[in-house]
Write a protein that binds this ligand. Sequence first.
Ligand code: UFG
Length: 331
Amino acid sequence: MSLPSILVTGGAGYIGSHVVLQLRARGERVVVLDDLSRGFRQAVIDAPLVVGKVGDRDTVTRVLREHAVDTVMHFAAYTIVPESVSEPLKYYGNNTCSTCTLLECCVGAGVRNFVFSSSAAVYGMPAEGSAAESTPTAPINPYGTSKLMSEWMLRDVASAAPLKYVALRYFNVAGSDPQCRVGQASPNATLLVKVACQAAVGKRAEVVIFGTDYATPDGTGVRDYIHVEDLATAHLDALRYLRGGGASTTLNVGYGHGYSVREVLASVERVSGKRLKVREQPRRPGDPPGLIARAERIRAELGWQPRYDDLDAIVRTALAWEQRLLSDPWK
Ligand code: UFG
């Protein structure tokens, strides 16, 4: 019988690929399941890749058995909010229904630990612009709802089966592997830091600011940007916590403070030494003015200690990654 493995669904994607690297660096056995619909084969370094869908019961059951999986880290999901609004069933199918199938397979195979990629999108528009784990969930788009429904399934399964979980609610993830091995490679990226870095390396002509009339210090939206490397570490901390007998829990992953759109653009200009062409537009529908994590609980419960809580450090890695993609585009 082989040693137990960790199944990383979506391990060929942006966040999952960073977590796989950290797990392998700690000597963990890892197997990746990814359908490559949004992920990249090149992103899976140093771990076996099974190309398949999380909603495919036979494939999942076979992988869990053949690799003696005792822990699942579940990243595979669609994540584009406007797309979720125009194609809601695609999101409920791929995010919620597939998670249901995955959980059924996990219970059947006796998986003990489950780490779930949730999102700050479950909070919708919290009144004060910040959200603690106790803040009422009120998603305002199908993406957020699809994640919240998965959280609920997980909670209920964990009270009926010997499976424990940590659900991590990510705030605004940015940056890339400091060694530049992996990063966000999706062709139609919409996330601010990536878009601004693409403009800085000449891949885009301009950056649009969506809304300059918010009740924020400089009128633009404020978010809690967290380095993907620190986010990845939170998953390893969650694993250690669960293995150590920790109870199921749901935690925000953010730094607890935010930056405005203008501050992000200023950082990209500072780090790149380039002037960005900026165009101001009306607000993007569905954007909250501010969304910042109340982030004390993850430090207390998991002992999480972020190392990259610095906007310029985030931008530096994001920019290095865009420069790498210029000479070595991922397809
Ligand atoms: N923004 C711009 N111009 C752009 C892109 C973004 O001004 O080209 C602004 C937005 O209006 C917002 C901020 O930059 O004020 C951040 O926007 P992002 O699109 O980078 O990220 P969001 O906050 O909209 O959403 C992200 C993820 C979601 C997740 C959410 C949780 O995309 O998956 O964080 O907070 F649900």
